[in-house]
Design a protein around this ligand. Structure first.
Ligand SMILES: Nc1ncnc2c1ncn2[C@@H]1O[C@H](COP(=O)(O)OP(=O)(O)OP(=O)(O)O)[C@@H](O)[C@H]1O
Ligand SMILES: [Mg+2]
Length: 504
C-alpha cells in the first residue's frame, strides 16, 4: 500500500443552474481501503462521485493521484486512470439480452481491442476467472435479464475488474439487497481490498457502514462536515453530522383505532412467484409483509395493483370485488401503489416535481373540469414541505433530484389521493434516516384517517416498529402471521428463510 497512490479530490465545487450542489469539497481514497461517503438525501454524494468518474465536470477544484494531476473530462478519461463507478441504477447498466460474459467484456468489445472480440470461448473463460476472483459462480452464459438484482451488481463489479479498476465507487450498492446478499457483497469488497483496490462506499444503512468501512466522511448541504477513521466515530455522531442535529433512529408508532375489514385478498396467484396468497387489512391497520429479496413481495404488490395479471384469486375492498385488470382499474377501485423501482414505474423523471405530485389527484384538483394552477402548486408545495423533498423548486424536472428525493416524490404522489388501500413496496430504500421517519409519520397519518396499509419490506426492523400485524412471505406464500409485539427479529428471519420446511 503506497501512500503516494492516494486518489485525491481537492476543493471541488459544482452548481446546477446557479444552485450550488458542492462547495469546496475535499475527499480522498487510498488503495486497499473502504472509504464511506455519507449524507442525507441531496447532500451531494452522487454528484461528487459523478465528477470523480467523469460523468459531470466540476466548476472548480483538482483531482490527482499521488503528485500527478489528472484531467478527467469524460468517463473514458476516468476509466483510463482506473476509476470506475457502479451507479445507483444497477438495472439499466447491463444489456438485458446479452450474457453475463458478454456484459462483462462489453467495454472491451466496444473498444475493439485485439482479435479476441469474436472469440466467445475465450471471453467465457476469462469472465469465469474474473468472477472466481471475487468468489462468485454466476453462470457466465446466463442472460443478464435472468439475474437477480444482487447478481447484476456482482456482474457490474466483475466488469470493472475486467477493466483493471484501481478505484471503485459503489453508489448505494446495498439499497436493493437483502441482508444476506449485502453480506456476500461485503465479502467481495474485502477481496477487492486485499487486491489493493480503493473503494468508495455510499450507503444509508449506518450499521453496515460501521461494519465495513475504514474511513468515514459525512457531507451536509454540499460540504464535508466530518471525516474520521471509522473506529473513531459513533453512529450517533454520524447522524448528527448528517442532519445537523441529534436524532434517535426510531420508528414511531401512532396507535389508532382499528376498524372493520377493508381489504381482502383470497388465493391470489401467478406462476411460482405468488402461490395462493390470502390476507386481510382492516381500516386503520398497518399490515407488513416481510420476506427476503425474491420472496415474491414485489410480484404480489403488482398483482394487487393490476400491473401484472393474476391467474386466480379474488380481491375485495369494503366487500366490493376489486380485482384490477390494470393500474388504472386499481386506482378507480381505491388502491394506490408506491412501487419499488421508482425510476421505472414510480415517477416520470422528465416531468417536474409539481406535475408528478399532482398526477393522481388531477381530478380532485380540477373541480370544474379544468386544473386550478394555484391549487396544484399549493398541494405540491405542501407535499414538498411534509416530506422534506430537497428540490430547487417545484418546477424542477424530477430526474434532477437525488435518488432519495426521487423516492420521496414517488411516495408524495399518492398521499392525497382518495385511495382506501395503500401498498408500499420497500418505500425507504435509499432514503436517509430523517426522511425515513417522515415517511413513517405519513403512513401513520394514513392509518389514522382509516385507510388500510400493506407495507412490503425486507427490513424486518421497520416491520417490527411500524406494523400492527406482520405476515412472513417465503417463496411466494405467506408462511406465518404475527400480531404486534409477539415476534422477534430472529423469528422473522427464521420463517422468512426456513418457512418452507415449517409449512411441510
Ligand atoms: N443534473 C442535475 N441537475 C440539477 N440538479 C442536480 C443534478 N444532479 C444533482 N442535482 C442536485 O444536486 C444536489 C445533490 O444531489 P446528489 O444526487 O449528489 O445527492 P446525494 O447525496 O447522492 O443524495 P441521495 O442520498 O438521495 O442519493 C441535489 O439537490 C440535486 O437535486
Ligand atoms: Mg445519490
Amino acid at each position: 500500500m503506497n501512500g503516494a497512490l492516494e486518489l485525491e479530490m481537492k476543493n471541488i465545487s459544482k452548481s446546477f443552474a446557479g444552485v450550488s450542489a458542492l462547495e469546496g469539497v475535499d475527499f480522498a481514497v487510498r488503495p486497499g481501503e473502504v472509504h464511506a461517503l455519507l449524507g442525507a438525501n441531496g447532500a451531494g454524494k452522487s454528484t461528487l462521485m459523478k465528477i470523480l468518474s467523469g460523468a459531470y465536470g466540476s466548476d472548480a477544484g483538482t483531482i490527482s493521484i499521488g503528485d500527478r494531476r489528472l484531467s478527467i473530462a469524460s468517463p473514458a478519461d476516468a476509466k483510463a486512470e482506473g476509476i470506475h463507478c457502479v451507479y445507483q441504477e444497477v438495472d439499466t447498466s447491463l444489456v438485458p439480452h446479452l450474457t453475463v460474459a458478454e456484459n462483462m467484456m462489453l467495454d472491451r468489445i466496444a473498444a475493439g481491442k485485439g482479435p479476441m472480440w469474436m472469440n466467445w470461448a475465450a471471453i467465457g473463460r476469462e469472465a469465469e476467472a474474473v468472477l472466481a476472483r471475487i468468489g462468485s459462480r454466476i453462470p457466465v452464459r446466463r442472460r443478464a435479464d435472468e439475474l437477480t438484482l444482487a447478481e447484476k451488481q456482482i456482474v457490474l463489479i466483475a466488469r470493472v475488474l475486467v477493466q483493471e479498476a484501481k478505484y471503485v465507487i459503489l453508489d448505494e450498492p446495498t439499497a436493493p439487497l437483502s441482508l444476506e446478499e449485502a453480506d456476500r457483497l461485503f465479502g467481495i469488497m474485502d477481496e477487492l481490498k486485499r487486491q489493493g483496490i480503493g473503494i468508495v462506499f455510499i450507503s444509508h444503512r449506518l450499521p453496515e457502514v460501521k461494519q465495513v468501512s475504514d474511513r468515514i466522511t459525512v457531507m451536509r448541504d454540499g460540504k464535508v462536515v466530518l471525516s474520521e477513521p471509522a473506529a473513531d466515530v459513533a453512529t450517533g455522531d454520524i447522524v448528527r453530522a448528517m442532519l445537523g442535529r441529534s436524532f434517535e433512529e426510531e420508528y414511531p408508532k401512532t396507535t389508532v383505532p382499528i376498524g372493520e375489514t377493508l381489504f381482502e385478498v383470497e388465493d391470489i396467484a401467478a406462476g411460482h412467484r405468488v402461490r395462493g396468497v390470502n390476507l386481510t387489512v382492516r381500516r386503520g391497520e398497518i399490515v407488513a409483509v416481510v420476506g427476503l429479496v425474491g420472496a415474491g413481495k414485489t410480484e404480489l404488490s403488482r398483482l394487487l395493483f393490476g400491473a401484472d395479471p393474476a391467474e386466480r384469486g379474488t380481491v375485495r375492498i369494503a366487500g366490493r370485488t376489486a380485482n384490477a385488470a390494470s393500474p388504472a382499474d386499481a386506482v378507480r377501485a381505491g388502491i394506490a401503489l408506491v412501487p419499488e423501482e421508482r425510476r421505472k414505474e414510480g415517477i416520470l423523471v422528465g416531468s417536474s416535481v409539481l406535475h408528478n405530485l399532482s398526477l393522481p389527484i388531477l381530478r380532485q384538483l380540477s373541480r370544474i373540469g379544468f386544473i386550478s394552477k394555484p391549487a396544484e402548486r399549493g398541494h405540491a408545495e405542501d407535499m414538498i414541505g411534509r416530506l422534506g423533498i430537497r428540490t430547487a423548486s417545484s418546477g424542477q424536472p424530477t430526474g434532477f433530484l437525488s435518488g432519495g428525493n426521487q423516492q420521496k416524490v414517488a411516495i408524495g404522489k399518492w398521499m392525497a389521493t382518495d385511495a382506501e388501500v395503500f401498498l408500499f413496496d420497500e418505500p425507504t430504500k435509499g432514503v436517509d434516516v430523517g426522511a425515513k421517519r417522515d415517511i413513517f409519520r405519513i403512513i401513520g397519518e394514513l392509518a389514522g384517517a382509516g385507510k388500510g396499509v400493506l407495507y412490503l419490506t425486507c427490513e424486518f426492523a421497520e416491520a417490527l416498529g411500524l406494523a400492527d400485524r406482520i405476515l412472513v412471505m417465503c417463496d411466494g406464500a405467506i408462511v406465518k402471521s404475527f400480531d404486534r409485539g409477539d415476534v422477534t427479529m430472529e423469528e422473522l428471519l427464521y420463517y422468512a428463510s426456513a418457512g418452507k420446511e415449517d409449512l411441510a
